[in-house]
Ligand binder design. Structure first.
Ligand code: ATP
Ligand code: MG
Length: 563
């Protein structure tokens, strides 16, 4: 492709609203342009890279026998009502009405649509298992669209769905998808890690996220420094290995703690360690109230709490609730003398606290020398806190470290959540009707593209891994007005193209400095410069990744390049 014929609007300056490298570079190098918050156009170079990622995804999906299809973006609200998600999905779902005032959603995901198709057209175990996928634009009205393509409101996703007669069959497909996903991200060159994840609003159980490691990632990965354990911090279990000290239990006493609002205030005021405090948090769980106790230096993990109670909705109670139920405001709550209306649940670590300190349910007062069992009895102890760096790894091997990750894909075992709600049944070998067992599997295609740029760049621009670079060779004659240089460049363009290299030919009448700066910004792996030595049949080959250059004779050139 001749560069003079392509729209590649490069910019020297960093756009004001682009905070991270991938966002800045994709704009500056002329890959994308913003339309509105979280909504982007893919310019010719951007489109090309997106297609490269899509092609890899497509190959890996086809390899495991998944069928490509295409579902509508516009989805009837009725289907979302059947699954119960019309209300549950919340403001993330983009909704609109047609001229007859019928309600629709712009596809945020396609479980409902695919389930409605399969329930109508597949009725027997003989037709199962089935795996189907599409690569399509998705819409989510994200609360905080940001970081360019990383969190858009309109983005490209590969979504796949599988249907099974047995759990074993789902397990097999899950394994295949897991391997296919690993292949996709490996082929894209990403430094990534699959991690154990939370199934969130999708109603499933087993699930892994594929995380591209990056400091700008919004997710925290907890991994073992020696074993293969890795989980999203939301899901990482904490082992119950707390040991009670041998200290004698002392008499409980009430102490004035004026102005001490937080655990750290209380600990400072009383000269005690935060570890010795009991943090009390009041929650509204569906229709009841639960007081959760965690150790002062620990953070409650609301996802674990929600899972434990199998609750639909968990929200912090209001100050008024606290006042009414416990007689104090947030900073002074505690588990002593709490009546039956409020259930007390404590994290495992609380069991081991001897002579602890907690709020007295009286503003400005705390109790000291509080001992579990003697002074209050939680209805249960459970693993409710976030894991911390330095904790024992949940598999018992090594200690936990943290890393930041960008979620580029996720695989889920959905089970029968949608098939039961939407009546997707099949007849088994004995003619008995059963709900189909489902899996769903997503890759953020446009997010993957951005994650690659986030991992592969330097101060001059993008450094594409070969497999997804928009072109394989950037051919630059220094002076197109020089006949020898131009003729040699023309010849190389034709010859390299003929043997299968995708060449971007900078035939523009620009100064060499401009061409080189654009070339570094765009990030194609090989740059071939045709300059003064064209007369001797010698060109310069530069490797974008290392910056190394060498002189190569024209006859040797094609052999030096690897597609
Ligand atoms: P997140 O937690 O980042 O909001 P999600 O878990 O809600 O993502 P899924 O429903 O699992 O997303 O969607 C499948 C994949 O689509 C994700 O793994 C991610 O790579 C991609 N994706 C999700 N939301 C966005 C978005 N707003 N912009 C770009 N890609 C996205
Ligand atoms: Mg996800």
């Amino acid at each position: 492709m001749k560069q003079s014929q392509m729209l590649i609007p490069t910019l020297r300056d960093v756009p004001a609203d682009a905070e991270i490298k991938s966002h800045q570079l994709l704009i500056r190098a002329g890959y994308i342009r913003k339309n509105a918050s979280g909504i982007y156009s893919f310019l010719p170079l951007g489109r090309k890279v997106l297609q490269k990622v899509e092609a890899i995804v497509r190959e890996e999906m086809n390899k495991i026998g998944a069928n490509e299809m295409l579902m509508p973006v516009l989805q009837d609200a009725e289907l979302w009502r059947e699954s119960g998600r019309w209300d549950k999905f919340g403001p993330q779902l983009m909704r609109l009405n047609d001229r007859h005032d019928r309600e629709f959603a712009l596809g945020a995901t396609h479980e409902e649509v695919i389930t409605s198709i399969i329930r109508d057209d597949v009725n027997s175990y003989k037709r199962l298992p089935l795996a189907l996928y599409q690569i399509q634009t998705k819409y989510r009205d994200e609360k905080r669209p940001r970081f360019g393509l990383l969190r858009g409101r309109e983005f490209t996703m590969k979504d796949a769905y599988s249907f099974h007669a047995t759990k074993e069959s789902l397990d097999e497909m899950y394994e295949k998808m897991y391997t296919a996903y690993s292949n996709v991200f490996e082929r894209c060159g990403l430094n990534f890690r699959p991690v154990i994840a939370d199934s969130g609003a999708m109603g499933g159980k087993d699930t892994h996220e594929f995380m591209a490691l990056s400091d700008v990632g919004e997710d925290t990965i907890a991994y073992s420094d020696i074993s293969s354990f890795a989980a999203n911090i939301e899901m990482a279990p904490v082992l119950d290995t707390y040991e009670k000290s041998t200290e004698e239990a002392e008499e409980m006493k009430k102490i004035a703690t004026p102005d001490a609002k937080t655990i750290s205030d209380v600990a400072k005021h009383l000269g005690i360690a935060e570890e010795n405090c009991m943090k009390s948090l009041l929650f509204k769980v569906d229709e009841r109230f639960v007081l959760v106790i965690v150790r002062g230096d620990h953070e409650l993990n609301e996802i674990k709490f929600k899972h434990l109670l199998e609750a639909e909705a968990v929200t912090m109670a209001t100050e008024e609730d606290a006042q009414q139920l416990l007689g104090a405001s947030f900073g002074s709550l505690g588990p002593i003398d709490v009546t039956g209306d409020v259930e007390i649940i404590a994290d495992n670590a609380v069991k081991a606290i001897v002579n602890g300190t907690c709020g007295a349910n009286e503003n400005g007062y705390h109790y000291m020398n509080v001992n579990v069992d003697r002074d209050f009895k939680p209805s249960q102890f459970a693993d409710l806190r976030f894991i911390k760096e330095g904790d024992l790894s949940p598999d018992g091997e090594g200690t936990i470290q943290f890393a930041k990750g960008i979620e580029v894909g996720q695989v889920f075992k959905l089970g029968t959540y949608y098939s039961e709600k939407m009546g997707a049944q099949f007849l088994d070998e004995n003619g008995k009707a059963k709900p189909m067992i489902m899996g769903c599997y997503g890759i953020g295609v446009s997010r993957t593209l951005a994650a690659i740029v986030e991992q592969f760049n330097d101060e001059s621009g993008i450094v594409w891994p070969k497999a997804i670079s928009p072109f394989s060779v950037h051919l630059i004659p220094i002076n197109v007005k020089n006949d020898i240089q131009r003729e040699l460049a023309d010849k190389l363009y034709n010859e390299l193209s003929k043997v299968g290299f995708d060449v971007l030919y900078d035939d523009r009448k620009e100064r060499p400095g401009v061409k080189f700066a654009d070339s570094d910004l765009i990030g194609i792996p090989y740059r071939v410069t045709v300059g003064k030595k064209a007369e001797e049949g010698i060109v310069e080959l530069k490797y974008r990744e290392t910056g190394e250059t060498e002189e190569v004779s024209v006859s040797e050139l094609a052999n030096r390049l690897v597609n």
